[in-house]
Write a protein that binds this ligand. Structure first.
Ligand code: SF4
Length: 232
């Protein structure tokens, strides 16, 4: 793929997963009361952020009434509120929240992607759907050549990233890195950080707190600084 722009054009036109195509379009036709009258994106979500990013964030999949509604990854739902507030705090985002595609928000040194690009029923893509979508993540790894830190949001995103990394020719260390909140693994030239996903299931129950989430991005900043020092 020649550029992120070309890749993102291909992603938004993708219809490889019939179940997800049906679902993303069906939920758009029957929005909950609070979104009634809004025009939904109802297509796959491209990655979003800085093409020169050194930090890549990998999420799971868009939410039916979040990204699938607004057309920008992690935008329009509470998970996104958590993520962008934190990115703002750590100077990766120009705004403390992402409201809609045209709000002027810019990411610096950070790019957000996902293991699957279409909203799935019950927030659960099937293994075959991840397999079909993984080539897009692999293309991003090839195009985002400055990435030094990857933050995987949740175990599934963590494992999907490792698959993409290996399929792209990366060597997975032994023992294989294991997901945990705050886990850190050194791959060849890349630090892989694990974080619980900022889903309502985790944030409402206190499984993931603000300080816990912020500690991951503090670790990302520290890893970038270490990387800079090692290159001097
Ligand atoms: S999940 Fe990925 S591969 Fe499947 S239809 Fe959406 S964009 Fe295409």
């Amino acid at each position: 793929m020649a550029s992120l722009e070309t890749l993102n054009d291909a992603i938004v036109r993708c219809r490889r997963c019939p179940r997800l195509v049906r679902w993303r379009e069906a939920v758009a036709k029957k929005p909950p009361l609070r979104y009634r009258g809004q025009s939904y994106w109802a297509r796959p979500l491209p990655g979003f952020g800085d093409p020169e990013a050194r930090v890549l964030i990998v999420g799971l999949a868009p939410a039916a009434h979040g990204g699938n509604r607004t057309g920008r990854i992690f935008t329009g739902d509470r998970s996104g509120d958590w993520l962008y507030t934190t990115l703002y705090k750590f100077r990766f985002s120009s705004l403390p929240g992402s409201l809609h595609k045209d709000d002027g928000l810019k990411l610096t040194d950070c790019y957000i992607s996902a293991a699957a690009r279409c909203a799935p029923p019950d927030n659960k893509p099937l293994p075959a759907e991840f397999d079909r979508c993984r080539p897009y993540l692999i293309s991003e790894l090839q195009l985002l050549s400055r990435v030094r830190v990857v933050v995987a949001l949740g175990k599934i995103a963590f494992d999907e990233f490792l698959k993409a990394y290996a399929e792209n020719g990366g060597v997975i260390p032994k023992p294989r890195p294991r997901f945990g909140h705050g886990s850190s693994a050194r791959l060849d030239g890349v630090t892989l950080l694990g974080s619980y996903h900022p889903s309502q299931q985790n944030t409402f129950t206190g499984k993931l707190t603000r300080p816990m989430f912020e500690s991951v991005f503090r670790a990302a900043r520290a890893a970038l600084e270490r990387d800079e020092r090692s290159r001097r």
